[in-house]
Design a protein around this ligand. Sequence first.
Ligand code: NAD
Ligand code: MN
Length: 352
Amino acid sequence: MTYEIALIPGDGIGPEVVDRSLPVVEAAADAHGVSLETTRYDWGSDRYLAEGAMMPDDGLDRLRGYDAIFLGAVGHPEVPDHVTLRGLRLEITKGFKQHVCKRPSYLFEGVTGPLRDYGAGEIDFVVYRQNTEGEYADIGGREYRGHDNEVAFQGAMFTREGTETIVRAAFEAASEREGKLTNVTKSNAQAYGMVFWDDVLREIAGEYPDVEVERLLVDAASMDFVRRPDEFDVLVASNLFGDILTDLGAGISGSMGLAPSSNIDPTQTHPSMFEPVHGSAFDITGEGVANPIGTVLSWELLWAHLGEDALARELRAAVRAQLADPDAPRTPDIGGESGSEAVANDLRTRLG
Ligand code: NAD
Ligand code: MN
């Protein structure tokens, strides 16, 4: 089987982690008789600085025919963050109805998280984040510029399609995992969007009688991520809350550099997009120390999504074996002194 993948390495450490992950992924694909054809798109902040746009006007049309898209990261010290985010990542997630952002958090053997007393696999949950609307809807305005009471308004939008899609994806995952779903909202303060969300969730819950639903407000959920992360299995949250909770999830499971992510259109009408959770990390760009594991684990999610389960498992097994080996190279974010390249080279030797 041949898969055509669009690569958008992007900014900062994006190209570093994508380029280090590729030989690992290609070797694993080869061993499984999977042929991988990648096309590289140099879209991102350098393009914005040169031509005024992160991606070309027909960018979505160019991506439409691929089996999947792989993104590194976007973000540049000289370009406002809302330009980089909205001009590329949100353009793709919204344009391709990638309503579902699936982000697993897992504490691997050999990784020391910041929380005491949790062993390998005891932190093991997945957050389903609504990915196309909610608090990231492009609704708002600024009035009375220059007046002493200037006003800025930022709206949030919850549609039935966007909400049902994320909630159903989370119920599906919960019924395949432990039969438990945690619904994270702020329905006490947000009486429109979040109450609508709860109503939709209650309707869909009827289709999944075997899934037990727990409700948590997002502030309490944040505390519980620290206090009892081992009790979570599948969580569902709006765009902003899911974004925040998944950085916390990455933190408590050892490092931002280990966390994978996927942006999925469950109808498969459009290609889905895979990327590490982290951003462009200007603070370490060019130093060759970015952890490539979150990127490799994002490839795991890509292959699982495309139905290449054996290949997905192979990548995960290599990561698991490396992290569990005290003599293996590791990057500074997880307590080592090695560079990205040494980590990637070592992963290759662990395949097969
Ligand atoms: P960040 O994720 O880039 O970095 C946060 C911290 O984690 C930094 O200390 C960084 O060094 C560390 N880190 C991140 N990835 C790492 C890796 N692979 N290995 C080791 N350490 C790693 O978040 P930030 O600093 O808040 O944002 C930097 C830029 O990235 C901003 O422009 C922001 O808008 C953008 N951003 C983009 C995305 C995306 O492309 N999806 C996501 C988050 C942030
Ligand atoms: Mn984020």
